[in-house]
Write a protein that binds this ligand. Structure first.
Ligand SMILES: Nc1ncnc2c1ncn2[C@@H]1O[C@H](COP(=O)(O)OP(=O)(O)OP(=O)(O)O)[C@@H](O)[C@H]1O
Ligand SMILES: [Mg+2]
Length: 149
């Protein structure tokens, strides 16, 4: 898989997330970075759909974290939005550390750079930014090597 991707619509980003979910073999933490409105949540929506989440995904901006039960080997899909927090301490009571350590969840964290101190070295980072055209978004993946395990 390539490390760089450009999409030209919201739909394309969601569809990519959905397809990407199909490639996941086990637990993984995604650190999603990039400015407001660059498509992090759209990607997460697709990811969730691809993992079999039936609920409609909305950004957990105020509740910070939402957990969805999955059927199968991977037990949960966890969606976190760190936009409103300033340090990882604010997530201590949410059990994130346990979710990461148990290794039974796919975890997608928006604004993850804010809690970098508690994320493992095998976190898969995806940076989003606005492309040159109106609805163009660019995605850059770091650490995809974990998929080769
Ligand atoms: N190629 C594209 N991919 C994703 N979203 C796009 C694209 N083109 C336009 N959009 C629009 O950009 C916005 C992306 O919003 P989204 O909530 O996914 O951003 P975000 O990165 O999660 O922002 P925030 O930091 O506020 O959480 C949506 O309004 C979507 O319709
Ligand atoms: Mg978002």
């Amino acid at each position: 898989m390539k490390n760089l991707l450009a999409t030209q619509s919201e739909k394309e980003t969601t569809a990519f997330g959905r397809k990407f979910a199909g490639e996941l073999k086990g637990a993984v933490v995604f650190g999603l970075t990039g400015d407001l409105g660059t498509g992090k949540t759209q990607f997460v929506k697709g990811l969730a759909k691809g993992l079999g989440v039936k609920e409609n995904i909305t950004s957990p901006t105020f509740v910070l974290m939402r957990t969805y039960r999955l059927k199968g080997k991977i037990e949960n899909f966890v969606h976190i939005d760190c936009y409103r927090i300033s340090s990882s301490d604010e997530l201590l009571n949410f059990g994130l550390k346990e979710y990461i350590e148990e290794g039974k969840s796919i975890i997608a964290i928006e604004w993850a750079e804010k809690i970098k101190d508690i994320l493992c070295i095998d976190t898969v980072w995806i940076n989003f930014w606005h492309g040159g055209r109106e609805n163009e978004r660019r995605l850059e993946f770091k650490n995809l090597t974990i998929f080769k395990k």
